[in-house]
Design a protein. Structure first.
Length: 97
């Protein structure tokens, strides 16, 4: 993660998220802190990442998610050159199935 994003305020936000207990609490918190469009954008990026890891094409992903090719490309760049956050979560989700 970029060093300029590592602030006390961001630490507090992430620590708050770690205290959420279930999906309902996530809905309550995120609906208060984010706009509907911000939540939908985050969920769209997560779905795009999942589909990229499933080897779906950009066209398939765009058709299913409505994401632009720019968004798909940005998520793909994060998957390939980012901090492996997506893959960490995908692995944990698979373990917990």
């Amino acid at each position: 993660m970029s060093k300029n994003i590592r602030t006390d305020a961001v630490d507090q936000l992430f620590n708050a998220v770690l205290h959420l207990k279930d999906v309902k609490e996530c809905y309550d918190f995120f609906e208060d802190i984010c706009t509907v469009n911000e939540i939908l954008s985050l969920s769209q990026r997560f779905e795009v990442a999942k589909m990229l890891r499933e080897q779906k094409t950009y066209l398939e992903i765009a058709d299913k998610t409505g994401a632009s090719t720019a968004t798909i490309s940005r998520v793909n760049r994060s998957l390939n050159y980012g901090n492996d956050g997506y893959d960490m979560i995908f692995a944990r989700m698979k373990e917990n199935k």
